[in-house]
Design a protein around this ligand. Sequence first.
Ligand code: GSH
Length: 211
Amino acid sequence: MQLFQYPYSHNCAKVKIALLEKGLTFETPTVDSALLRSSAFLAMNPLGKVPVLEDGAFAIGESEVIVEYLEDRYPNPPLLPQSAEGRARSRWYSRFHDLYLGPQLSTLYFALSDGRAGLPEFAAEVERLFALVALLEAHVDPRPYLLGEQFTLADAPYVLSYHFIQILSAAHGRPLTDAHMPRLARWFAVASLRPSAASVLTAAKAALADG
Ligand SMILES: N[C@@H](CCC(=O)N[C@@H](CS)C(=O)NCC(=O)O)C(=O)O
């Protein structure tokens, strides 16, 4: 199995965590812009974006589609709760991440990589990150994971994004620390100890340090 990816991408991190949690063996080829635009890659994902999972003759893109595929194809250990309500709650966290928090982090990340972090034009974007984090902080009640005792797909996307919340807010001059989000900090203190999370965080931090 191959996961085409960027090591510092929160979308790719989510899939890597799901693969590791399921004990699957996979390789993680890092893509470059030439590969993303190649006809072979576009045949796997016409959007020309990572992550893309290749599993034998089957290939698919979009992080949430991939983790749902993994759950269907390799159901043990499960990463979704049994109940319809639990599965819906898990998908709420995934959607909140993918549609709101993740894109906001990407906006602030691109400002940083373009050398525009902290400029006044991004003040409203930082404010929007604060609002999203406050909304999430008010909603969560980790016990110790977002849905209770089981680590699920609800938790997976937030592992790397929690780190990004801290480093990007600091880079833009308005650090969001554990003290601003104590419930999320409590969740991260437990979730980040999982081997899957620790491995993804280590790889992402090394890639970010390399520039
Ligand atoms: N909704 C997609 C987002 C994928 C995405 O934006 N991937 C970025 C990396 S995080 C990418 O491949 N960017 C390369 C490009 O757009 O050229 C998912 O969840 O997989």
